[in-house]
Design a protein around this ligand. Sequence first.
Ligand SMILES: Nc1nc2c(ncn2[C@@H]2O[C@H](COP(=O)(O)OP(=O)(O)OP(=O)(O)O)[C@@H](O)[C@H]2O)c(=O)[nH]1
Ligand SMILES: [Mg+2]
Length: 324
Amino acid sequence: MGVQWYPGHMNKARREIEEVMTQVDIVIEVLDARIPDSSQNPMLNTLRGDVPVLRLLNKKDLADKARLDLWLAHWRGSETVLAHPFSTLEKNDVVKISQWVAQMVPHRGSAEKPIRAMIAGIPNVGKSSLMNALLGRRVAKVGDEPAVTKAQQKLKVTDGFQLLDTPGILWPKIENPDASYRLAVTGAVRDTAIDYEDVALAGLKFFISDYLEALMARYKLKDVVSDPFETLKIIGSKRGALRSGGKVDMHKAAEVFLNDVRTGAIGPYVMETPEMIAHEEALVEEAKAKKEAERLARLAAAVPQRQQANNQEYRRQQQHEEKE
Ligand SMILES: Nc1nc2c(ncn2[C@@H]2O[C@H](COP(=O)(O)OP(=O)(O)OP(=O)(O)O)[C@@H](O)[C@H]2O)c(=O)[nH]1
Ligand SMILES: [Mg+2]
């Protein structure tokens, strides 16, 4: 992976997206179905303006269908958003894309006026796989290093449907710490500043609270677990993640667990619900408002101080003049 997003990098990507939006009729946003919110780019909705978006909740084979339905219901009713569970591995899903884009862009779709689409998404969601599946040949390397390109060549999918030749790679929600953990747990973003064991512990905390049965079945746990650290120890000892003295190697145990979570060996799951995201966003807003209030209070307190300092300076000058 190795993608690092710096402010300069993000500004450049943002300018390029803005530019591209003037050339496309629809954005095909590839999301990771296990994290329908955190795998969105925080700015795409603003940047696309009125351009419709087809949201593909990709890797549906790894996702819990009941929770996916909550997201579909959440987005239903929005005029410029159409969302579908999806897998690049399923031919039946891939062939439906032409219909879905036609539904969103009814005024185009002929050979003279083809629908122009761009595939976009954060790293590792399956953009290259989708592109190859749509075109029926390898045009993009899967697991490729990303690069948002300027060249806007179009590739023909059908007579009435064209794709930009390179998918737009966008930055993930790196500002939200909760989202960062979920991106790290699913493996969407591997190179995070978060310690590997901490990622596994965050993942375990989630599975203990939301998918305890799947966790217990995977590791053949007889007793109900509640503590992530103790559970990781048990997993390590059961799976032979041991150091020479027989003690559990927690790093190895974390690898075992995260590998099971990322490949889906642990069973289908979805880490977020619309309700939970709304709650998190409210907390983020609250924290922001609190910070702003504190800043204003500091400013207000600083004004009289500055006034006093000015007065003192004035008095000092006057005394000085009187002496002369
Ligand atoms: N389980 C599952 N894995 C998938 C699916 N689609 C893609 N993948 C896997 O997801 C990984 C990333 O796929 P890519 O197509 O390289 O993703 P990308 O978005 O192009 O990634 P970058 O080029 O790094 O931005 C690969 O290991 C794919 O095999 C799917 O429907 N199900
Ligand atoms: Mg790619």
